[in-house]
Structures are given as structure tokens and as C-alpha cells.
Design a protein. Structure first.
Length: 306
């Protein structure tokens, strides 16, 4: 990480103000990744013994240091135990902001406390691995934090429709519908669906679909083909839409236009909570596109458990 490199350079010339700033940055950064409530212990007690960050809720404590030598790690563990901090916090992490080190020592034992060097000394590489397991919402928050800290330059924003489609698919596929997709036909049948089942509204649905296809059709297809959204997520999103849209259609007495409006409002409300600039018309196109594929207002199967 670039912040680690900056800390390493400044420490070599005895400029340590950046180390203090790094404590606050990593406090916020790690809280997002680890879902902890770490706080900077030095804010209440200057130079808190052997520790910089602590979470009383989880028992995690962290020493942020620009020195990665085994001697420094050993002294940290010794002070951690001698100060009694091991009684307040059950876990100790030594976060090194300099170059990652391949230690020969596996454990450091002080009194009844055993410190696993391989597991509990973290570098920027350790944090990089943990980033692989966070979701898109957390990644956005991390990116905002990095930009505010001046660690990275703001990325060129994706077009609104691209972000909207990606977040919508992620959002829908993470919804929980225990009976999603059950009791409905698997094969799309848009002819029966739109022109027969919804014949009183077919002209309006088809016209809206055609109007928006030239703007959003290729974008949505490219996202499904080329992004890191898995086919499993796309299938899950389709399954979850079946159950929800079916229930909405019933509540609207079979009126697809009214039900589509409610479905769109439902997901726009969810997207608004993610705090990004979304495209309402892209949401509308996505849902109508799923309607043509029989994932919105699915045809009832011949044999149903209802």
C-alpha cells in the first residue's frame, strides 16, 4: 500500500507525524474491513503502552509501527504483557507499515501469553488479502476513505447506468427469499406473457422496452458478459425477482404497470441507501428486460404448491 511506503520513507528521516496520522487512518480502515469498533487509544492516554488501537467489544488490540524487525515485535509483546494490557485485550496484532518481513521466529512466549508471529504480525500484504473478502458496499467506503486521506486519486466515475445495473444485480442477488423461484415455469415465454397474459397493457410495455433498449440494452448485456458478476448472482437475482414480483402483481390485481411501478420503487429505495448516484430509468429497463425473460411476473407452472 502506498501509505506504508510513505510511512517507511518518513520514518527513515525521523519525521513521525505521518505515523500518528496513520493510526487514525488504519483505525477507520480496519473497522470497515474487520467490522470492529477500534478506537485510537492514544487519544485518551498519550503513548498508550504497547498499543495504539483497541476494541473493547471484540478484545482486539493493535500496535501500529513503522519498524518490522523481530526485536521491535518482541519488545511490543513484552510491554503488552508487563503493562497488563493482555488482561484487557485478548488478541494482539502488530501492524507493520514498512516492508513485509519473512520471520524465522514462529512464536514469542512471555509468561503465560503466546504470540503467533506468522499469524499476528500484519503487513500491507495481509490487509490486501483481507480485502478479497469484503463486499462492494464496503469497498466503496474504503475507496472514499483512501481518497479523503490522499492515499489514492479519485477514480474516473463509471457511467450511472453501469453502476446502477451492477449494484442492482448485487443487491437483488443478496436478498433473502426462501421460496424464490419455486412454483414457476423455468423457460421464458414472452409471447404468452406480454401479448396474451398482459394483452391490455402489451403495447405500453413493448413501447417502453423498445425506447430504452437502444440506450441500455448493450450496456446491460456487456455487464453480464464482461464484469466480475458471477452467473450464479445473475441467476439468483432472477430467481428472487420471480417471487417478489409475483406477490406484487397479486397485490395489484394483475395490473403489470402498477406492479412494475411498485417493484421499481422498492429497488430504488434500496439503491438510495447505498449512497451513490443511480439511474432510475436503468432500473426500469432492467425490470422490463427481466419481464421479457419471464423473471418478473413469472408464468404459473402447471403444477404448483400454491
Amino acid at each position: 500500500m502506498s501509505l506504508s511506503r510513505e510511512v517507511e520513507i518518513n520514518s527513515s528521516v525521523n519525521f513521525t507525524n505521518i505515523n500518528v496520522a496513520a493510526e487514525d487512518f488504519y483505525c477507520a480502515f480496519l473497522n470497515l474491513i474487520l467490522k470492529t469498533e477500534l478506537r485510537n487509544l492514544n487519544e485518551s492516554t498519550s503513548n498508550f503502552v504497547a498499543l495504539d488501537l483497541g476494541c473493547d467489544k471484540t478484545g482486539l488490540s493493535i500496535q501500529v509501527t513503522s519498524t518490522s524487525s523481530i526485536t521491535k515485535v518482541r519488545k511490543t509483546v513484552e510491554k503488552y504483557v508487563s503493562s497488563g494490557n493482555n488482561k484487557r485485550f485478548k488478541d494482539l496484532i502488530v501492524l507493520t507499515l514498512g516492508e513485509a518481513t519473512d520471520y524465522r521466529t514462529n512464536t514469542i512466549d512471555v509468561e503465560n501469553f503466546s504470540f503467533d508471529v506468522k499469524k499476528n504480525v500484519w503487513s500491507y500484504k495481509t490487509i490486501g488479502k483481507k480485502l478479497l473478502h469484503v463486499n462492494e458496499v464496503i469497498l466503496k467506503e474504503l475507496l472514499d476513505l483512501l481518497e479523503k486521506a490522499g492515499v489514492c486519486d479519485p477514480l474516473e466515475a463509471e457511467p450511472k447506468e453501469v453502476t446502477t445495473f451492477v449494484e442492482l444485480i448485487n443487491l437483488i442477488s443478496d436478498d433473502e427469499h426462501p421460496e424464490a423461484g419455486t412454483g414457476f415455469l423455468e423457460e421464458p415465454d414472452p409471447e404468452r406473457k406480454i401479448n396474451k397474459r398482459f394483452k391490455n397493457h402489451s403495447d405500453e410495455i413493448i413501447a417502453e422496452y423498445k425506447d430504452n433498449f437502444s440506450i441500455y440494452g448493450n450496456v446491460l448485456q456487456q455487464i453480464k458478459n464482461d464484469t466480475d458478476i458471477s452467473n450464479i448472482k445473475i441467476r439468483k437475482a432472477s430467481n428472487y425477482l420471480r417471487k417478489l414480483s409475483h406477490d406484487l402483481l397479486k397485490s395489484c390485481s394483475g395490473n403489470p404497470i402498477e406492479a412494475l411501478d411498485k417493484l421499481q420503487s422498492f429497488y430504488i429505495k434500496k439503491l438510495s441507501k447505498l449512497h451513490f448516484e443511480y439511474d432510475e430509468q436503468a432500473v426500469n429497463f432492467y425490470l422490463i428486460n427481466e419481464l421479457t425473460g419471464c423473471n418478473v411476473f413469472p408464468n404459473i407452472a402447471a403444477i404448483s404448491h400454491e
